[in-house]
Write a protein that binds this ligand. Structure first.
Ligand code: ZN
Ligand code: ZN
Ligand code: ZN
Length: 232
């Protein structure tokens, strides 16, 4: 059941992000809208037979939100695939190719005062600021690729800076920008505000997701059908 719940969680995370974007209403994913409607409905849902979504959808959605908000397990079969996908996506958007500069590699006087090793370690520092040691980020994007992208960013700074001091300053500024942007991207998936919309009783919300009945599985399968982690 783990992969069904994990996909359901992906849809929740995606829909939550869309809910906070102006363009959310234009999202092309059919069930994104369905899930956003579920969020709105959850405030009033009494999880009885009147529930238009089927109680399994509401109940499981609530449980998954609650679980995501509290789970810190790095080997969690529900959260870890989602965390990895989000972190990978964040890193991808941070390393998007820079607009190429037509200046070429002209040699400036101060360039000789910064060694190759220093430049390499600055690139590495930028790459590290894109990752989170507490989470294994390892889907598709390896550290080598990250350092490679960061070397290009570093080269751009190296070429444009007019002094060694400015070069160091701009590199530090870049690391700061990366960390700030990264935090912003990850915040889009912080479901805490959803759980405050609904009354949750911690005592009745354990982390175990119960085995769903067959018709419930079908309902949720329909909901998450065709939804892939890549859509996060
Ligand atoms: Zn969407
Ligand atoms: Zn409901
Ligand atoms: Zn988890």
């Amino acid at each position: 059941m783990a992969s069904l719940h994990s996909k359901h969680l992906s849809l929740i995370l995606h829909a939550f992000k869309c809910m906070h974007r102006l363009s959310g209403s234009e999202c092309h994913l059919v069930h994104c809208k369905t899930m956003r409607d579920v969020f709105n409905h959850l405030r009033d849902c009494r999880q009885d037979n009147d529930c238009p979504n089927g109680t399994a959808v509401c109940h499981t959605t609530l449980k998954l939100i609650h679980h995501w908000n509290r789970c810190h397990r790095t080997d969690c079969p529900l959260c870890q695939p989602n965390r990895s996908a989000i972190h990978t996506k964040a890193m991808m958007s941070l390393t998007e190719p820079q607009t190429s500069r037509a200046t070429g590699d002209e040699l400036k006087e101060w360039h000789t005062s910064v060694g190759h090793h220093m430049r390499q370690s600055l690139s590495k520092m930028m790459a590290q600021s894109m990752t989170d040691n507490s989470v294994s980020d390892g889907i598709g994007l390896q550290m080598d690729q990250l350092i490679d992208s960061c070397s290009r960013i570093e080269s751009g700074i190296f070429q444009s800076a007019d002094s060694r001091e400015q070069y160091y300053y701009l590199c530090a500024q870049k690391v700061y920008d990366i960390q700030r942007l990264r935090a912003e991207i990850l915040k889009e998936y912080d479901l805490k505000s959803v759980s405050t919309l609904v009354v949750t009783d911690d005592n009745h919300m354990n982390d175990e997701l119960e085995v769903l009945g067959e018709s419930d599985v079908t309902t949720i399968e329909e909901l998450v059908n065709d939804f892939e982690l890549i859509s996060l």
